[in-house]
Design a protein around this ligand. Structure first.
Ligand code: PLP
Length: 431
């Protein structure tokens, strides 16, 4: 598969190049040239297929021939070594738990897949690649864990000081080896801006191969389409009119769901559920896309003021506002509403959600009000104990820490503090 840049100035390129470069030379995001739907029989019989078989069929066209089929099978088997269960809450609402991976965040799948692709591409050359990644919370841990020990790859993570949870911070600052954490005096957007600037800085790019592991990278973004198929596999015999409510920040996940739909997955509608960072909610109401500085919330992995994948969503709908609006609704909720939802989910269904999942739940409720014959699946994108303070305060019940979390909680944080772009640059040059 070839990829083109959404800025339409750079040349089309291979999957390999798109992964290694991250962003096109004209600064555009890469997008696949073609999307060939899978046969209807694939979806009709999906309950008979294993997750790895589903994933293989779904992503094959996007990554071959750069990744040969046999290698792809192995990459997928290693990536998907945990479960993706549906938990049914009510007749109209289920949740898809995406937190059973090593860092208990849905980003584990994309990070593990991308790390293995990059590891494969690196086998053939001896140049080191530096993965530079900005995180608002969960990306850092998932990327750090996914890339830990991958030969020829160094990972540098930028995170906003004091604005990620304690457990998230531990997950990205305690691994060592080929992973370094930079603690930025600022908010997530400052981290993201620094990373973007580094990619454009010839002083750096002439000396090192930089790439991104944010969802702008196609190898991080595309595997997320598996989730929607795994949910459909578990639900389609029981429910019609399946809609997904996706707690959204950079909009990579919901955009991957739309790719699954393009592949033929019968999804009726998407809901992008936002916290108070509501650029897209506003866009769907006003038709005006107005990025703004991010505000801090209790669902911090969604504190994004200018979602980088939104341009891919527009591409899927050929920049047609009306056809996008038919397929996507968006709602925004504040922290008070989110806490109330956490409590409601616990009281009514005896289920402990995390703040991101709670925003997704609220998106389901808002949509179902006017669409009563749908079944809404909200994605549980992180394990509740990653947001222990909020969750325990609201539901007033002590949570047991899962083994993945226990493993990092007592480790010592190692990070380097920076506050300006120049400090980042010096750090990279001196590495
Ligand atoms: C990253 C993240 C999100 C947002 O996903 P996007 O693909 O950036 O929209 C939601 N919830 C959690 C827990 C996350 O880590």
């Amino acid at each position: 598969m070839k990829y083109y840049s959404l800025n339409h100035k750079a040349e089309n390129t291979s999957f390999k190049n798109a992964v290694v470069k991250g962003l096109a030379p004209d600064k555009g995001l890469y997008f696949p040239e073609n999307i060939t739907p899978l046969p209807k029989s694939f979806f009709d019989n999906i309950q008979n297929l294993s997750n790895t078989e589903i994933a293989f069929q779904a992503i094959k066209q996007f990554v071959t021939p750069d990744i040969p089929e046999q290698v792809l099978k192995t990459i997928i088997e290693e990536t998907l070594s945990f479960n993706f269960p549906i938990v049914n809450l009510s007749e109209h609402i289920s949740t898809l738990e995406l937190f059973h991976g090593p860092t208990m965040a849905f980003k584990d799948v994309g990070a593990r897949f991308m790390a293995r692709c990059l590891g494969y591409f690196n086998k053939e050359n001896s140049n080191e690649v530096t993965v530079l990644v900005a995180t608002s919370g969960d990306t850092g841990g998932a990327v750090a864990n996914g890339f830990l020990g991958v030969k020829g790859v160094n990972v540098v993570i930028l995170y906003p000081s004091g604005k990620v949870s304690d457990i998230q911070e531990k997950q990205l600052t305690t691994l060592g080896n080929n992973i370094t954490a930079l603690e930025v005096d600022g908010v997530f957007d400052d981290c993201q801006d620094m990373v973007k600037r580094a990619f454009l800085d010839e002083d750096l790019t002439s000396k090192m191969q930089l790439t991104s592991a944010n969802s702008i990278n196609v190898a991080r973004w595309l595997p997320q389409l598996f989730y929607f198929m795994f949910a459909y596999k578990q639900l389609h015999k029981k429910h019609e009119n399946i809609v997904f409510s996706v707690p959204s920040g950079n909009f990579g996940n919901v955009c991957a769901g739309m790719m699954a739909q393009q592949l033929g997955l019968p999804i009726k509608h998407f809901i992008a559920s936002n916290n108070e960072n509501n650029v897209v909610t506003n866009y769907l109401h006003t038709k005006e896309y107005k990025p703004k500085p991010s505000v801090q919330t209790i669902s911090n992995a969604m504190d994004v003021g200018n979602p980088s994948n939104f341009i891919r969503i527009k591409e899927i709908y050929k920049n047609n506002f009306d056809s996008l609006k038919t397929n996507l609704s968006s709602y925004s909720f504040n922290d008070i509403e989110t806490k109330k939802a956490l409590k409601e989910i616990f009281d009514n269904y005896n289920y402990v959600a995390d703040p991101h999942g709670a925003v997704g739940y609220l998106g389901c409720k808002a949509y179902l009000k006017d669409n009563k014959n749908s079944h809404c699946v909200f994605l549980e994108t992180a394990h509740p104990t990653k947001f222990l303070d909020v969750v325990e305060e609201v539901i007033k019940e002590k949570q047991l820490l899962p083994k993945q979390i226990q493993a990092v909680i007592d480790k010592e944080k190692v990070s380097t503090q920076i506050s300006t772009y120049n400090e980042l640059k010096q750090f990279l040059l001196n590495k």
